[in-house]
Design a protein around this ligand. Structure first.
Ligand SMILES: Cc1cc2nc3c(=O)[nH]c(=O)nc-3n(C[C@H](O)[C@H](O)[C@H](O)COP(=O)(O)O)c2cc1C
Length: 176
């Protein structure tokens, strides 16, 4: 069973980290299907039924995105609002279509790990910042798993650092 990677990056052409991660996963089409929301929906008009049918085909789904204003880029929020609806994602006998599916997050953050410590600049951890995602997945009874994160994505752009994060991400998705 393949893992579905839902990538939400508004500017993947100029991306360093997410672009490299996806390039690596694309080498293994038997293991991963990559669904790039901004590429599929450049006009941001999401085809809700198509998205729901796609999700139904997978038991393992990873949402990959760069952290934007301590959250996801906006198309992913729109995707949650429009795709995770009553009668499909929750709230009726035929709902809860994501029940027990393994769902995770893969995030690149421009700021450092130290920034995201309780004593650091933001005084909040990434786990705290990601609570809305955690609760969303719990609400729809999915099996939410700990996230993968690469901190310092804007400062540590040397190729060996990117390659190291790519190796770690590859390990995460394979063990997922
Ligand atoms: C609009 C915008 C908002 C951002 N907000 C955050 C943020 O809240 N926290 C953070 O750590 N990085 C933030 N960043 C930095 C991005 O997370 C970082 O550039 C990205 O993860 C790098 O990955 P990429 O090379 O794939 O684009 C922001 C960047 C942009 C463009």
């Amino acid at each position: 069973m393949k893992t579905l990677i839902i990538l939400t990056h508004p500017n993947i052409e100029n991306s360093v980290t997410n672009k490299r991660w996806i390039e690596e996963l694309e080498k293994y089409p038997n293991n991963f299907d990559i669904h790039q929301l901004y590429k599929v929906y450049p006009d941001e008009k999401i085809k809700v039924i198509a998205e729901q049918k796609l999700m139904e085909k997978y038991n393992k789904i990873i949402f990959q995105f760069p952290l934007y204003w301590f959250s996801s880029p906006p198309l992913l929020k729109k995707w949650f609002d429009e795709v995770l609806i009553y009668g499909w994602a929750f709230g009726s006998k035929s709902g809860y279509k994501l029940e027990n599916k393994k769902i995770g997050l893969a995030i690149s953050a421009g700021a450092t790990e130290d920034n995201y410590s309780l004593k650091g600049e933001y005084k909040h951890t990434l786990k705290e910042i990601l609570v809305p995602f955690e609760l969303t997945f719990k609400y729809v009874k999915a099996n939410y798993h700990p996230y993968f994160v690469n901190y310092g994505a804007d400062s540590d752009t040397q190729s060996e650092v990117i390659e190291e994060s790519t190796r770690k991400y590859f390990f995460f998705v394979n063990a997922f």
